[in-house]
Design a protein around this ligand. Structure first.
Ligand code: ASP
Length: 439
């Protein structure tokens, strides 16, 4: 028989689990990686990982996150835009976000370029190690015109139905920004039903997200188990210096540059923000997909870090699709690595082209695993470097994807927290209690 206080104690156990969730997720990451490495060391082959169905729980978790993304993000942006008040406020937020995103991405690429010159990871690389480049990666590149055309949705419903895989999230988001912005200008009576509908959709999707989030420790355990069982750390042995350059660049950006900006521009404690965002950061590490992580990023920012909804709902979805500091750094370092490996000297003007292209390409990179590879092909062909160079970095791509996706999500969260911190300083009464922003 169930005792009378069972539901209450069940609830409090769930509450305790929720509070300790970052630690559970961390345990999932650590145990998953260790078990995967153990299986790899024991000689388990990738086909066996698939045959034993070890990939299924992680893929289920990933699918559940992907299921939430489109409705959650549409509702978040529309309510965020519509609830932001007047258009001037929306304009300020939009301008700040654009400047911060492009500025920090460019900074990140600069750090990567600096390190690639210092470390010279491509010198003396054995070119015979290059694997074949898959056909779908070896594209000839897209023009600036195509890039601009790709930003405007021809059919928002079709884009929403396409989901995450085809990289059609950005035009959908821009449509939602327009929709929510125009909605905010309508008279209260006309606006109210739409506001009600999208607010209700948002609440429902947040609760669904909440259920998925509870499974994060198990999901990340299996995702990491499979990644490390399949790849081990072998790829580091052949092109380890390239991996080291990327990881150092990412660490510099995530642990020095962004924390300085958090402190100086927003008065935000980087440590406290990192703790609040840790479930999202660890999920980004495990899934290698910023867009699949977006439901967690939104939940951690609004529920744990106290970023106001009207800020988080705009800054984070746009960031997940268009702001990729880690990806831009990786794409630039990869291009210079290929140049060094093939002994091709790049003039300063060509390196500037790499910098600009890496920033633009990162905006166009789909927020899914290994999407960078396609954009690296674009950068390589733009400066006349051999596309076969991609074959050199293929083996390490999946492992580095985990690190760069984490930095991508950290960059988005930093932008939202800094804006929230500044807004709080400007109008201390307008924003509620905020556990992250220093008082
Ligand atoms: N996996 C990255 C992301 O989702 C994109 C990439 O760099 O491949 O943010």
């Amino acid at each position: 028989m169930v005792s009378e206080n069972a539901p209450a104690s069940g609830r409090s156990r769930l509450g305790a689990y929720r509070r300790a969730l970052p630690w559970w997720v961390l345990a999932g990451v650590g145990l998953g990686a260790a078990t995967g490495l153990g299986l790899h060391a024991a000689g388990v082959r990738p086909e066996e990982v698939d045959r034993w169905g070890l990939g299924v729980p992680g893929d289920l978790f990933l699918r559940a996150l992907q299921m939430v993304v489109v409705p959650l993000v549409v509702a978040a942006i529309v309510t965020g835009m519509s609830g932001a008040g007047d258009l001037r406020r929306i304009g300020r937020l939009g301008l700040w976000t654009a400047v911060f995103y492009v500025g920090t991405t460019a900074l990140s690429v600069l750090q990567g370029l600096l390190l690639v010159h210092l470390i010279q990871p491509g010198r003396g690389v054995d070119l015979s190690l290059a694997g074949p480049v898959p056909d779908d990666i070896a594209v000839q590149g897209i023009s600036f015109g195509d890039f601009m055309l790709g930003l405007v949705s021809q059919n928002p419903v079709g884009d929403a139905a396409a989901g995450l895989a085809e990289g059609r999230l950005l035009p959908l988001l821009l449509f939602c920004v327009l929709f929510g912005g125009v909605l905010s200008t309508l008279p209260e009576k006309t606006r109210a039903p739409m506001d009600g509908l999208f607010s209700a959709l948002y609440e429902v999707m947040m609760r669904v997200t909440d259920l998925v989030v509870l499974c994060t420790p198990v999901g990340v355990f299996f995702l990491l188990l499979c990644t490390f069982a399949r790849h081990g750390t072998d790829p580091f042995a052949s092109i380890g210096l390239f991996g080291l350059t990327v990881v150092l660049g990412l660490a510099l950006h995530a642990l020095v540059v962004l924390p300085l900006l958090l402190k100086l521009l927003g008065g935000v404690s980087p440590g406290r923000l990192a703790r609040a965002m840790s479930p999202a950061l660890l999920t980004a590490f495990s899934t290698s997909s910023s867009s699949a992580t977006l439901p967690l990023t939104l939940e951690c920012a609004t529920e744990r870090a106290g970023v106001p909804r009207h800020v988080a709902h705009f800054v984070l979805p746009v960031g997940a699709t268009a702001n990729m500091d880690g990806t831009a750094l990786y794409e630039a370092v990869a291009a210079l690595f290929v140049a060094q490996a093939y002994g091709i000297h790049l003039e300063p003007s060509q390196q500037l082209t790499v910098l600009v292209l890496a920033v633009l390409a990162s905006i166009g990179t789909a927020a899914i695993p290994s999407a960078s590879l396609v954009m690296i092909a674009v950068v390589l062909s733009a400066v006349g470097l051999p596309l076969e160079g991609i074959g050199l970095i293929l083996a390490l791509d999946r492992l580095l994807d985990m690190a760069r996706t984490t930095v991508n999500v950290w960059g988005d969260a930093s932008c939202a927290a800094i804006y929230a911190g500044r807004e709080r300083r400007r109008t201390p009464d307008a924003v509620g209690p905020d556990p992250v922003v220093d008082r």
